[in-house]
Design a protein around this ligand. Sequence first.
Ligand code: M6R
Length: 598
Amino acid sequence: MEGLARLEYRGYDSAGVAVVTPGGLKWAKRAGKLTNLSTALKENPLPLATAAIGHTRWATHGGPTDTNAHPHISADGNLALIHNGIIENFNTLKDELAADGVSFLSETDTEVAAHLVSRAYNELGDLTAAMLAVTRVLEGAFTLLAVHADRPGTVVGARRNSPLVVGLGEGENFLGSDVAAFISQTKSALELGQDQVVTITADSVRVIDGDGNPVEPRAFTVDWDASAAVKGGFATFMDKEIHDQPKAVADTLLGRADKSGHLALDELHISESVLRSIDKIVVIACGTAAYAGQVAKYAIEHWCRIPVEVELAHEFRYRDPVVNEKTLVVAISQSGETMDTIMAVRHAREQGSKVLAIVNTHGSTIPRESDAVLYTHAGPEVAVASTKAFLAQITACYLLGLYLAQLRGNMYADEIRSILKELALMPDKIQRVVDNEEQVRDVARSMKDATSVLFLGRHVGFPVAMEGALKLKELAYIHAEGFAAGELKHGPIALVEQDQPVFVIVPSPRGRDQLHAKVISNIQEVRARGARTLVIAEEGDTAVEPFADVVFRVPQTPTLLAPLVCVVPLQIFACELATAKGLDVDQPRNLAKSVTVE
Ligand code: M6R
């Protein structure tokens, strides 16, 4: 249950557990959050056992009901199975099983796998062999775990296109969709590859490939501990993660440049000659990670003079993108398990492109399937709404841009050094914005009945505006839109009526020519139409004052680095407004932390 609580961020529609005891298989499952299952187990405890499986679900096939919750049980009541992912050919398999007289209790694709593994076990008499045989007929994405009443000390797992890691304990072993499941027991872990089948007991871990041959999985040590994944005195994980941001940025910068300001991204295993030869960068990502990519576009194009395209990962492979061996594809993902991004990575590599992953989660699929990885060091992010991972992703993108500029000779060493110096100041500046949270929280509470909020930004302020709108949508369920401020007059300004709240991200007055003045004009345009303007502006920028109903101040920062401070008030605003509405900030409705289905 403790492991499930740590994984609940992946899905929280329902939960279930099954234990194998000498007296047979017992299970419990409940719709709703894990607490519903906990309550049920307190009322009717399961017997003690030495092997168990558990699952929290994010519904794909069949609604979030007790019956559709995992585990799914074979018709003879001897096998329990849990599943992440989508079995794409489940309808055909279900028809075949139904023709053989199997009746189904749930609407899930998973139940098909439970019946298939049970049938294979009854034929083969071996749970590992049964699992292997079934993976050969399944299509799509899956992590499967099964226990059988005949094998009280054994759990068998398999994975394809969906994560599964092994935790190595002493006299105990674990399987989890990510290391958070077992981090309080062990930091020693094994990565499982595509189509591998794993069998664990208390004392052994055996892994085979899709042909049944033994394989030696790659071992790794988890570099964070359980305390990093608990709330640390904050009311919510999101609150904690907002406060973690100065450290997330500092840790991501750590060790990436020597004292003389020379960047050495040692983990970047793509040869220098390949990096010199690229003529285009395509960033693929989803949601908040894609907004980090949009910030990267401004910085990398400016510093390296390489064209950068940013594409939502789920659109990428369906539009026949023009990428080849001269394209560097940068896949950004907090979890490293976003299925849309994984599929885009595969497509890019099939076209001959090198893929560089910017990922927060060690041992996840995207870095494993990429040519190189630049890890962000944000620590575990648990709240569904991404905050510290976003800042760490932007930071990693800056490092990548500066590294490419150094390698390709686009910038002088002293120019790179001076930007690195500015970057080193960012953790303190972010801290100052976080320290001013009460002002933002007061305003957020006063706006808890808002029904629509607009966000405007130009240049790097544009992705910040979109991120501010996304945070408000996903946490407070309020209609929110982020616009490029210049686009306003081409249509969106029609939305502005009396008292419409409009956030405006104002660029530094010391930055690019005209940029600041243009945004000031945009504030005036919306204000003239009755908008209530909430302005994020640099300390000392007095030009905004006549046109702002509220000003949230951020420290003076070079234009390209400003997203690292400007987005923070927007995160705090969404978090507080959702809290004021009584909503669950860490687990908003309909969402999951990692979207592991396409
Ligand atoms: O794990 P990833 O970074 O690949 O996730 C991508 C998006 O699903 C994620 O950023 C999502 O948009 C967040 N809920 C936003 O707060």
